[in-house]
Design a protein around this ligand. Sequence first.
Ligand code: MRU
Length: 348
Amino acid sequence: MSEQVVPVIWRGDCLEVLDQRRLPGEEVWHSYRDSVGVFEAIASMQVRGAPAIGISAAYGVVLAAFAARDEVDWRIAIERAIDELAESRPTAVNLFWALRRMQGCLEGIGSGSEACAVLEREAIRIHEEDAAANRRMGELGADVIQEGSDGPVEVLTHCNTGALATGGHGTALGVVRTLHERGALSMVHMDETRPWLQGSRLTAWECMREGIRCSLNVDSAAATLLASGRVRWVIVGADRIVANGDVANKIGTLNLAILARHFGAGVMVVAPASTLDRETPDGSGIVIEQRDGNELRRVGERDIAPAGVAAFNPVFDVTPAALIDVIVTEQGVVRNPARHTNPLASLV
Ligand code: MRU
């Protein structure tokens, strides 16, 4: 069995980023020594997935601190980098959560070199905590799935929520991994996830490397798969879970939740506490990233639509809490979130 992949490696003076745009064909690593480079790596989707974005941004702040170490205005330079990194992508709340944690470390710090040491420790802590949270969520989520099954299960997942999207193991794919480790997984079905193909390029790659039984389908085959009755659970990650339990995740998640409700499958959302946004009351307040229409008109160098045709390309959607059966975090499990006045209250 191959070792689990990692999306980023902190080398003490630079951040190495695996360019996920080139997978599965090539494993290309880039090395960044400043926060502008890390900003570009996030904005251009070399590194993606909500927790991995937060982790990378935290290291970006460390690099900004290193560059400003001997400046009189070191604090202003670090805060400027934090503001810039916050503009890299709008939807995953883990980015803002990590930047706020880094910003909080600056309180009471008296020099640029002290800031470097404190910020580096904090970024490493954010990274390690995420890996541990994923392991815990894997156990909790797998327990819920095994409660109602009398043998290995088939599940359906969307996008990539694996080691590549996190500090290790994965969120939704972490539950799949844990089921696999327990001998309780008969198959993970993977939506290809147009237009970036995180399902076919990344999730399939992770699963194949580790011998996890997997099968790829076009996004629009999900209805047929769920209608067959083979798949009892749809398992997805999240970019933001707001106070009433509504969930922003990769475009197409809402379709799956509607289908799952129709065909009687469960919907499990798996995300660390860093994905919780208690300040936004409901899904209508979530900023949904819109990307260039060329992502739909072209595949690589090839036109797959007439040049200039109008295109609608939101890359996330919002699934209402009423369509979610279980939210799993490392702090615990919330069943039927829409039945609670404050569904996130028990997660502390
Ligand atoms: O656009 P991406 O690839 O960053 O979107 C990723 C997703 O939507 C994931 O499902 C989500 O970030 C959870 S990753 C553990």
